[in-house]
Ligand binder design. Sequence first.
Ligand code: NAD
Ligand code: UD1
Length: 315
Amino acid sequence: MNYSFLKGKHVLVTGGAGFIGHHLVKNIINEKPAKLYIIDNLSTGLKGNIEDIIGLPEVEFINEDIAKPSSVESIQELDYIFHLAAVVSVPKSFEMPFLTHRTNESGFINMLELARRLKVKKLCYASSSAVYGEQTQMPIKETATLNPQSPYGLSKLLNEQYAKAFQEWEYIESIGFRFFNVFGPGQRADSPYSGVISIFMDRMQKGDPIQIFGDGEQIRDFVYVEDVVQALLLGAKSEKKFGLFNVGSGQTTSLNELFEVLRNLTHYSQEPTYQEARKGDIKKSSADIGLIKEELGYEPRFKLKEGLVKLLNKA
Ligand code: NAD
Ligand code: UD1
């Protein structure tokens, strides 16, 4: 793909030391932007993810909280914002609703104000499939009635509603991406709030026990991180003034199937233990990716198994 539109531009990535963020940052830097700002408070992100990038003269790393207006005060020129910083975990959002509200909602409004002040060309931000909640029609289209079932899902829905309102009131152009379940290298496995693939792979490699919450028949669309980066860059490049798109692989897998695929790849011999389903856990999450393919030219390049093999080879 050609993303040379970023050459010579001023770009901000929030959450750039995180899992998705550091992959995005590496892709952006290849396009030779004039300036790349990275804001991250390192609450779940790691400086080590972007150590080689931070040293570049065109990069400025701001170790700050995006919910504080002062975090962006020093920025005086900007063409694109990629806003990824957030509380990311559904269970964490139940345990810490205020932190979730502050980070995900106030942080978002801070980005809208920044976009207005510096007249950015496009704000591309991470929403989530969590805005859908439990749905009956599969795969889920963007037109589905939204029904978030956690403080996390609610915060992402509010982001989308603010983005829509600010496009009408303040002419801020934005594209929100409803990522489904993203996986790939650099996703942390060391917290109970981590993504399931990183947890399973880490435990299988160490020979540790694995827990499946619920009956394991919940389905997810697991999308490889490089495909998510592709979606974000296509969004920034597009002429659309407003958009909301699903980002998935278009394929679904149950947790039980995932366990089996990973077990074969890692030669893990133990059986999982089944625990009570987590609060707010969605049973069926399957992405219809027709809209983003048609409107942005998105084409996922990695199937689950290919992504897992790539991940395993990097681990
Ligand atoms: P991550 O936790 O690795 O990245 C989030 C980053 O934001 C971290 O580097 C963290 O330190 C930073 N951050 C958190 N609070 C901050 C604050 N107050 N100020 C500054 N920085 C802060 O998670 P990720 O998986 O890379 O998620 C990136 C985005 O994508 C999030 O908005 C998340 O909600 C969204 N998303 C992720 C998935 C997924 O499956 N990983 C799915 C849907 C949506
Ligand atoms: C994930 C993302 C969230 C995103 C959403 C979009 C993370 C941490 N969360 O939420 O940001 O908005 O996708 O679809 O990346 N599970 C187990 N055993 C474990 C861990 C998890 O059975 O040890 C189960 C969970 O109960 C759930 C499934 O695996 O059913 C996926 O869990 P998780 O990776 O945390 O993701 P989501 O909650 O779907």
